[in-house]
Each structure stands twice: as C-alpha cells, then as structure tokens.
Design a protein around this ligand. Sequence first.
Ligand code: PGA
Length: 255
Amino acid sequence: MNNPKMILVKHTAEFARQAADIFADTLRKKPDCLLGLATGTTPLPLYRELIARYRRGELDFSRARTANLDEYLGLAPNDVQSYSHFMNENLFDHINIKRENILLLNGMAKNAEAECRRYENTIHDWGGVDLQLLGIGQNGHIGFNEPADAFILQTHLIKLAEDTRRANAKLFKALHEVPTQALTLGCGTIFAARKILLLAAGQNKAEILARAFYGTVTPQVPASLLQLHPDVTIIADEQAGEEIRKHLLLEDRAM
Ligand code: PGA
C-alpha cells in the first residue's frame, strides 16, 4: 500500500495554486507531456489559475498534449453540455495549446467500441499520460467509472449511475436532459498515468474521500484503486478534507 500525498488547504486560491504548481512542474520537466484532464466544477479554479499563469507568460502549452477523461454519449462536441465544449470554454480557448494536440472522446461516434479503441491507441501512441487530473464522485467514481463488480481497465461505454446523473444535473436545465450513457477512460488507463492528482472540494466529498483512501480497495469504490498507485497527490479543501484529517490525526498519534 502506498501513501498518497495529502494536501489539505483552507482557501480556493490555495487549492488552485497548489494544483497549478503540479501542472507547472510537469510542463517544465517535460514540455511535450500528455496531460489527462477532467471536467466538473472541482477543477475550475485550477483551470482559471493555469490561464492566469499562461497570460503572465509563466506557462507554455505549445508542445503539450491533453486527453480528457470522459464524454457523454449522444452529445456533439459543439453541444453546450458536452465536455468538449466545457474544455474549450474553460481552458483550451484561453491557452496556446495546439488543436491537433487535444484528444477528446466523440460522444456522437457511431461505433462506440471503435471510438474507445481509437482513444486508447492514441494515448498509447502519445506515450501514455504523464499527469492525470481527477475529481471524485460522491459514489467514488473516477472519470465515469461507476461502482461495479470489477474494475474495467480500458476505455469503454458505461451506463451512468442515477446518483451521478442527479449530481451532474446541476449543469443541466433538468434531470431528464442528463445523458444516461457516457464514454470513459478505464481504471487501468487512469492507473497507468505516471502521476495522479486528485482534487476534492466541498462537504459532500468528505466521506467518500476518506473511504476511497482509508477503506478497502474495491471496484465498488473505484477511486480506492489509487491506493495502489505509487504517485498520487490529493488536494482537498477544508470541507472535503474533514474526514481525512481525522485519519491523519490518528496516524500522528500512533507514531
Ligand atoms: P464535480 O465532479 O467536480 O462536479 O464534483 C467530480 C466527478 O464527478 O468526478
């Protein structure tokens, strides 16, 4: 079992700064790195910080590549609810990344299986993910790998859990508009990343974060697989870190 590096922060600015420092470090060491990116509300402060640093001339994405974690099935890249659109709006349109270096899953692919294979092959051809950014779902999902009886290793089509659809409805007008299926990077491909950065913010992530990193490794909590990864950093805000803090205190006392 490896110990993830836990960074518990008080303020959103610190949350964004710490996460951006890890991106900056990866880009400095390897300007043509492959960055695995995530959507959702959690990474938004990080993306704003990366844009600010790029504008100040501190970051250069001209040789970097990116691959996103997932995409809703049935949404076109220009659909405002698609993750392609989210990434353009919140990051890609504001930095000097080359379009040909951006890898996104096509939610309109006629053959989902072939699309998943294309994705896996491209990540492989690009040398694998150097830094994988992750959020965590309240049910412990990473990407859209929902709780299941086994870890699905490769990029695949998945039926979204109802609690995931309800959680994600915050970005839609109504629950019925949230797609029921998605394409997602598999747990194995996520695990193959050289470095993993998991971000968690808000009270509703406190319990699952502790369960994922202090509980049993099980596909019922997909993020728990990361306990076995040699290089994981977790950045949690005050609310999300609440339960983790209790475990850290116990560990301190035991030493
Ligand atoms: P959130 O989503 O950042 O919107 O909470 C995280 C996730 O579901 O992985």
